[in-house]
Design a protein. Structure first.
Length: 343
């Protein structure tokens, strides 16, 4: 078994095991056999629901399994978006969080909650649409502003601009929180980042955007590989840099906006996961993107399991877990980059 084949096998098994443990562990433990049996009954229509204890049916199918699947989709979305942004900007510090995309998506979602907007004909998709549009506008403004400051568009300038805009947007969100009354609890709990109390309906909302955004990025792995050597080199290889850059940014914004819309702000997934996948299995985006999908899904399922078991019966926001893990790693990457430049 070669290196890449092992990576796909290992991460696929990790996703399955994380999903089983995430569904099994809780106030009431559910045997793996019951979980697998329920999946076969409901998905493949093999067997009868009478074979499974009714208590397990409700716990697994209506509470834990939707939560686990949603965690996996969100983790995969943020990780693959982060991998694309890092490849595009040629910097391991780039991710939806540091570029301000997550904050932009948050503003879009909070505005929808605050003003109670509902777009005709799309109903429940109003929230992700607002988040996606706001996230794309944010990255567009960040790049425009960075170009005005530095014509060379150095990555450090883009990331610093993203951090500045992220702070500004956080202040804007705080203002809306100060002005609101009835929606206060909903906005604050959403901003902390959580997949608690999510259902199959939330999966139906985010899944189409996950498929579209991921497929769009996978379709552009050749261009990402070319642009990782620099835009001038990519142009020599026949890549229409400006058009492809815009397309990749839109796809990353779609993934981030939809994920933030259903889970709130969950930081550092798009930073940590692609960085580790790149260290272990190389920078080729042909494998980096799909492996980031699998690793991101596993990571957030495990993070969610920790969030609801560490201080059980109480529950931590999942964003707290990812920040505890991601912030030190972010600092290590930053120091490593500085040392490499000095050397």
């Amino acid at each position: 078994m070669n290196h890449k084949c092992f990576a796909y096998t290992f991460l696929s098994l990790l996703v399955i095991l994380a999903g089983l443990f995430g569904t099994s562990i809780g106030t009431v433990s559910v045997p793996f056999r019951e979980i697998v049996q329920l999946i076969f009954i409901n998905v493949f229509h093999i067997g009868s629901i009478d074979q499974v204890e009714s208590m397990y049916v409700n716990i697994v199918w209506n509470i834990r399994l939707p939560r686990v699947i949603l965690s996996g989709i969100i983790g995969a979305s943020l990780a693959v978006a982060g991998a694309a942004f890092q490849g595009l900007l040629r910097n391991p510090l780039a991710d939806p969080y540091t570029l301000g995309v997550s904050s932009g998506a948050s503003v879009g979602a909070v505005m929808k909650i605050f003003f109670g907007f509902s777009l005709p004909f799309i109903g429940s998709f109003t929230l992700p649409i607002f988040s996606i549009v706001a996230s794309f506008l944010t990255i567009f403004i960040v790049l425009l502003f960075a170009r005005r400051i530095d014509r060379a568009m150095r990555v450090e300038t883009i990331i610093l601009t993203g951090v500045i805009f992220s702070s500004f947007l956080s202040a804007f969100i705080s203002l809306m929180i100060a002005l609101t009354e009835d929606e206060l609890r909903q906005i604050i709990s959403w901003l902390l980042g959580s997949v608690s109390m999510r259902s199959w309906d939330h999966i139906k909302i985010v899944f189409p955007f996950f498929i579209i955004g991921t497929a769009a990025l996978l379709f552009h792995v050749r261009e990402l590989n070319a642009m990782s050597f620099g835009e001038e080199q990519a142009q020599h290889l026949g890549v229409h840099v400006e058009r492809k850059k815009l397309f990749i940014l839109i796809a990353g914004s779609v993934l981030t906006g939809a994920a933030v819309a259903v889970s709130g702000t969950i930081g550092f997934v798009g930073l940590v996961i692609p960085h580790f996948v790149r260290l272990l299995w190389g920078p080729d985006h042909t494998h980096l993107l799909p492996l980031s999908v699998l690793a991101g899904a596993s990571f957030l399922i495990i993070a969610d399991l920790l969030s609801r078991t560490i201080i059980a019966p109480a529950e931590l926001p999942i964003g707290v877990i990812t920040a505890f893990i991601g912030a030190p790693i972010f600092a290590i990457i930053l120091m490593k980059n500085r040392l490499e430049r000095r050397g």
